[in-house]
Design a protein around this ligand. Structure first.
Ligand code: 5GP
Ligand code: ZN
Length: 115
């Protein structure tokens, strides 16, 4: 999609530290990490957000979560643990309108907080 930051990352038009590049899913490090490991897993096809019906076609969401689990193992945090997070809407502060799954870990994250 034109003017989508994440589509431009997939197209190689904006640099990013890509950790996985598959047929349906790409993963790259968040530019503003909140923990030692903060990776975004996104569909290669532009899908607006988690309420977009296209997110539920085929095995996409399953593949995104499986990819997150595999990257967590590659990053060495499969045993220590991690958080998988999808924001939606203004109250969750969704900023980038291209579906993405946050993989966050590498330190004790504490309880979920809404500040
Ligand atoms: P959201 O709040 O939409 O769920 O999270 C969007 C995430 O994308 C944020 O954590 C933000 O730091 C990250 N982000 C925004 N722009 C870029 C970018 O150009 N490159 C990378 N690697 N991450 C980005
Ligand atoms: Zn996009």
């Amino acid at each position: 999609m034109t003017d989508c930051i994440f589509c431009k990352i997939i197209a190689g038009e904006i640099p990013a530290e890509i950790v996985y590049n598959g047929t349906h899913v790409t993963a790259f490090r968040d530019i503003n990490p909140v923990a030692p490991v903060h990776i975004l897993i996104i569909p290669n096809q532009h899908i607006d957000h988690i309420r977009d019906p296209r997110a539920f076609e085929g095995e996409l969401l399953k593949e995104m979560v499986q990819t997150a689990n595999e990257i967590a193992a590659m990053e060495g945090i499969a045993e220590s643990g991690y958080r998988l997070l999808i924001n939606y809407g203004p109250d969750a502060n969704l900023v980038v309108p291209h579906l993405h799954l946050h993989l966050i870990g590498g330190k004790f994250l504490g309880p979920m907080v809404a500040v």
